[in-house]
Ligand binder design. Structure first.
Ligand code: THG
Length: 261
């Protein structure tokens, strides 16, 4: 599983404060610790901490890069904030995210190709987040055909079917599993699938348990990446064990230790 670490996000109070005070040490510490915990990308989202999101994004990226070489996932809904981040990123990078309207895809896909970046595309269009299975799969098919048109290879494309909190609509987690299985059949090789895992448990009383169980179920349905809490060591071990059981890594008696390195 490709772990995208969620913690460098202005949604969290310590990060918000660090952005406002330009306290790079807080960000560097999170960048190092999340990398040690197994992050393959560090999600980087300025949230609502700053009036000037473009310069805040550049400051965050530079703070991270002064500590680690781990690839960054630039997380913003605004293309100008993404572009500001891309301008200072030195290493491999992921663009997180774009919506699936054709005019949006026609802007983000060439940008991803130009920067050799991975692109997260949400199954959202002008009508909003579809609540059913078929519309999500149809939107995923549009994303895939647009990627082919723009020359974005499938191993750089991450489709996000969008998790909603389970306590809002209990049908959604099962719908998402069905969407994931169908998206993996759209083409060969298929695109990656990603979710913002912690969203599923927002407002619930059993956050870690719900996150962990859904992660394992989703990996069984084809999920290959997740934005998640890499400090949840039990969940990271669940992800490694799922990779082993899905034959994505070789079994040995020390498989956990081998994968944690
Ligand atoms: N898809 C994509 N990108 C995303 C998301 C997604 N980026 C943002 C988000 N969703 C993923 N990241 C988080 C980070 C934190 C939480 C949820 C998702 C979270 N935070 C605590 C909460 O809301 O209760 C905040 C706790 C605190 O303030 O200390 O759950 O879906 N592509």
């Amino acid at each position: 599983m490709i772990a995208v670490a969620e913690r460098i996000n202005g949604m969290f109070k310590d990060v918000k404060k660090a952005i406002q005070k330009k306290d790079a040490a807080v960000i560097q510490d999170l960048a190092r610790k999340q990398t040690e915990a197994g992050a393959k990308f560090l999600d980087c989202n300025v949230g609502t901490a700053a009036a000037d999101q473009q310069s805040a994004m550049q400051w965050l990226v530079e703070a991270i890069q002064s500590a680690v070489k781990t690839p960054i996932a630039l997380d913003s809904q605004k293309i100008d904030v993404i572009k500001a981040g891309l301008a200072v990123c030195k290493n491999e990078v992921m663009i997180n995210s774009c919506k699936a309207d054709e005019d949006q895809l026609d802007k983000y896909m060439p940008l991803a190709v130009q920067h050799n970046a991975s692109l997260v595309a949400l199954t959202i269009n002008a009508q909003g987040v579809p609540q059913n299975i078929d519309t999500r799969v149809e939107i995923a098919a549009t994303i895939v055909s647009k990627a082919m048109e723009h020359g974005l290879p499938m191993d750089k494309l991450y489709i996000d079917p969008i998790i909603l909190p389970v306590n809002c609509d209990q049908k959604q987690p099962d719908y998402l599993l069905q969407v994931m299985r169908q998206v993996k059949l759209l083409c060969d090789p298929p695109p990656h699938l990603i979710v913002g895992l912690s969203n599923i448990s927002q407002g619930t009383s059993q956050r870690e348990l719900i996150n962990r169980v859904f992660l394992v179920m989703a990996m069984g349905a084809g999920l290959d990446a997740a934005i998640l809490d890499v400090f949840d060591t039990e969940m990271m071990d669940d992800a490694i064990t799922s990779d082993m059981l899905l034959n994505r890594m070789i079994y040995s008696d020390s498989f956990l230790k081998a994968a944690r390195m």
